[in-house]
Design a protein around this ligand. Structure first.
Ligand code: NAD
Ligand code: UDP
Length: 336
């Protein structure tokens, strides 16, 4: 069975390619390398000892995608490709709407043209906005605070409409919580360009001496230690959820959302302390101002994914930190 992985050279995509190859799927990657490098795919092959096929192609390029679908019999798509920096999206909303939404529409059109109607889409817990916690899939969505979050909400709605118009489609909307960690080989991991926006890559760059100090965004929230609470999930557990979702869409039709999180909330200070333990280093940090748009606390109710996808997160916070540190020390200058 052949799976097209858009954005397959990225952080979550590359870990998913590893799991797909190890489960004997054929893998075809489409990536424009806007936020990744082709070397990542060599490393995926090195980890698995298996080959994948890749195309340097933008998902907005209809002809390019047509070529991919003409040259490969694609059974299902896992759609990761997209821009994901929340802050940047407030400054460049049109870039985000064009890349994420227009790109997705082109992809869905080409899928339709080639009668490929099975897709797993990378959505985000951000679609829940201000709902009570833990988040459940049947809560109202869309009250989101950034253009990035709105792209996820709109694409979910577009896919719901696609299914409503044609019940042959089989669609899985995976709402990710906070993926961190890396493959245990240390060959692939999160490698953002420039100064990281997210907590974990920031911490690991401070620990390795590439950045001087971490600022904890807010110490006066109404939480157990004053810092924000999130549901961190090991990227390998997240990657495995995609295989469960592929199995599900292969023998059913519909459009279903699933929370992919641990169901456990950790504070920023919990993560810092777990990282200090894993790395054996004291982290230089300071408590600073709140970051605009941050919610105090959210985590998943993952019961639906547990029962309907038969997926369970297995790796805890210590392993998340160990694997991040292993990747960082093996790749102090990132993946070139
Ligand atoms: P990433 O930036 O590492 O990977 C995305 C990949 O898509 C990159 O390789 C990039 O080059 C590629 N890409 C971007 N636009 C493209 C386009 N127009 N055509 C072809 N390729 C394109 O990001 P990630 O962390 O692996 O996230 C993957 C998906 O999961 C994204 O859609 C993201 O919004 C979503 N998501 C991520 C998180 C997170 O915290 N990492 C949380 C929730 C949802
Ligand atoms: N955070 C922080 N300092 C940083 C980056 C993030 O204190 O340099 C906090 C942020 O306020 C949030 C948590 O870490 O509470 C996770 O942030 P991240 O950007 O990784 O993910 P988000 O939950 O915002 O999607």
């Amino acid at each position: 069975m052949a799976i097209l992985v858009t954005g397959g050279a990225g952080y979550i995509g590359s870990h998913t390619c590893v799991e797909l190859l190890e489960a004997d799927y054929e893998v075809v990657v489409v990536d424009n390398y806007y936020n990744s490098v082709p070397e990542v795919l060599n490393r995926v092959e090195k980890i698995t000892g298996k080959k994948l096929k890749s195309y340097d192609c933008d998902i907005r390029d209809k002809e390019g995608l047509r070529k991919v679908f003409s040259e490969n019999k694609i059974d299902a798509v896992i759609h990761f490709a997209g821009l994901k920096a929340v802050g940047e999206s407030t400054k460049l909303p049109l870039t985000y709407y064009d890349n994420n939404i227009s790109g997705s529409v082109v992809l869905f059109e080409i899928m339709n043209e080639f009668n490929c109607k099975k897709i797993v889409f990378s959505s985000s817990a951000t679609v829940y906005g201000n709902n009570p916690i833990p988040y459940k899939e049947d809560m109202p969505t869309g009250d989101v605070s950034s253009p990035y979050g709105r792209t996820k909400h709109f694409i979910e709605k577009i896919l719901e409409d696609v299914y409503a118009s044609d019940n042959e489609w089989s669609i899985s909307l995976l709402r990710y919580f906070n993926p961190i960690g890396a493959h245990s080989s240390g060959l692939i991991g999160e490698d953002p360009n420039g100064i990281p926006n997210n907590l974990m890559p920031y911490i690991s760059r401070v620990a390795i001496g590439k950045l001087p100090q971490l600022t904890v965004f807010g110490g006066d929230y109404d939480t157990k230690d004053g810092t924000c609470i999130r549901d961190y999930i090991h990227v390998v557990d997240l990657a495995k959820a995609h295989l469960c979702a592929v199995a599900k869409i292969m023998d059913s039709t519909g459009c279903e959302a699933y929370n992919i999180g641990n169901g456990v909330g950790y504070s920023v200070l919990d993560i810092i302390h777990a990282f200090e333990k894993a790395s054996g280093k004291a982290l230089n940090y300071v408590i600073g101002d709140r970051r605009a748009g941050d919610l105090p606390a959210f985590y998943a109710d993952a019961a639906k994914a547990n029962t309907e996808l038969n997926w369970h997160a297995e790796l805890g916070i210590d392993k998340m930190c160990e694997d991040t540190w292993n990747f960082q020390t093996k790749n102090p200058d990132g993946i070139k």
